[in-house]
Design a protein around this ligand. Structure first.
Ligand SMILES: CC(=O)SCCNC(=O)CCNC(=O)[C@H](O)C(C)(C)COP(=O)(O)OP(=O)(O)OC[C@H]1O[C@@H](n2cnc3c(N)ncnc32)[C@H](O)[C@@H]1OP(=O)(O)O
Length: 298
């Protein structure tokens, strides 16, 4: 679907050095509030017990959030935030189609949300395309952190991603993943015990398991070692979300968007925009001071 209204994108990464030197502390505060609100809305939409995206978590990692904003929205031209996608590079051990472990560090889709009132209008694709372009990756190069059914359908429809390579962690990769690893995927000795690979391959959503596990004896269902090609919807482990009516705009726009008219960019916003706040994606990866495995996963 072609988007006719003026839309713009914000690219935010809170750990990049430049962002800490924003001229306006107020702007940074507002952006942090927006990220918190988006994280909560996404968690609610996915029936998660807690947000996996928050400003405080983003300050301790190098994840990047792309936000889609409708610049022409109401009230009074202040615009409305439509959704976001959070991505980040992670070291993972993934199985190839011969079940050999490969150490890779792909770009991972960690969280993705479009407001309920405008889903299936093409906004998700618009945002996803923008992210692909900025990160300079192809869809089949991505690893997806426990995708919802909606996201699996989305990837199938827009990018023909259907055949998955079965994994023992929560990440989903698709056929073609190994053809495009740069640098080439490192082969490891054949299959090790699952326990050995967990520290590297933990999902951002791992901590949620603790929160959602029902008390004994309700927690006795056997665990699957290998997620199915199409993992069950999150509601299967978390319960169905209650029916609810249309949501009100989830961000108090008047307050939060006062300083967020970022199209076209103004000086204060420049550091936040996709026009390379911290260099190319490759440069951003290289600036990490911590070993990847020690970085916070949130
Ligand atoms: C790693 C993770 O982040 S997993 C979590 C992913 N996020 C969620 O599940 C939160 C709730 N869902 C959403 O926020 C959105 O539906 C997104 C982000 C998945 C997709 O954004 P949208 O703006 O709806 O996508 P867009 O309009 O570009 O594409 C629509 C396609 O997405 C898929 N899709 C979107 N919503 C649904 C739905 N309710 N049921 C089934 N498929 C859906 C379909 O393939 C759909 O095409 P169709 O309408 O022809 O069937």
């Amino acid at each position: 679907m072609w988007l006719t209204r003026p839309f713009c994108f914000l690219t935010i990464t809170l750990r990049e050095e430049g962002v800490y030197h924003l001229e306006s502390v107020d702007l940074q505060q507002q952006i942090m509030t927006i990220i918190d609100e988006l994280g909560k809305a996404s968690a609610k939409a996915q029936n998660l017990s807690a947000p996996i995206t928050s400003a405080s978590r983003m300050q301790s990692n190098r994840h990047v959030v792309y936000i889609l904003k409708d610049s022409s929205g109401r009230p009074a031209g202040k615009g409305a935030i439509i959704g976001f996608i959070k991505v980040g590079y992670k070291k993972l051990f993934v199985l190839d189609d011969r079940e050999a472990h490969n150490e890779v560090e792909p770009l991972c889709i960690l969280d993705f949300y479009i407001h309920e009132s405008v889903q299936r209008h093409g906004h998700g694709r618009e945002l996803f395309q923008y992210m692909l372009q900025k990160e300079r990756v192809e869809p089949h190069q991505l690893a997806i952190d426990r995708p919802s059914q909606k996201l699996l359908k989305f990837l199938n429809k827009h990018y023909n991603l259907e055949t998955t390579v079965p994994q023992v962690n929560n990440f989903v990769i698709f056929e073609g993943f190994f053809a495009h690893q740069h640098p080439p995927a490192r082969k490891l000795p054949p299959k090790r015990a699952e326990g050995d690979i967990k520290p590297y391959s933990s999902s951002d959503r791992e901590f949620l398991k603790v929160a959602v596990e029902p008390p004994w004896p309700l927690n006795r269902a056997p665990r699957r070692a290998t997620p199915p090609a199409h993992p069950p919807p999150r509601s299967s482990s978390l319960g169905n979300s209650p029916e609810r009516g249309p949501l009100r705009p989830f961000v108090p726009e008047q307050e939060l968007l006062r300083s967020l008219r970022l199209c076209p960019p103004h000086p204060t916003a420049r550091l936040l925009l996709a026009a390379d706040p911290g260099g190319s994606p490759a440069q951003r990866r290289r600036t990490s001071s911590l070993p990847r495995s020690e970085e916070s996963r949130y």
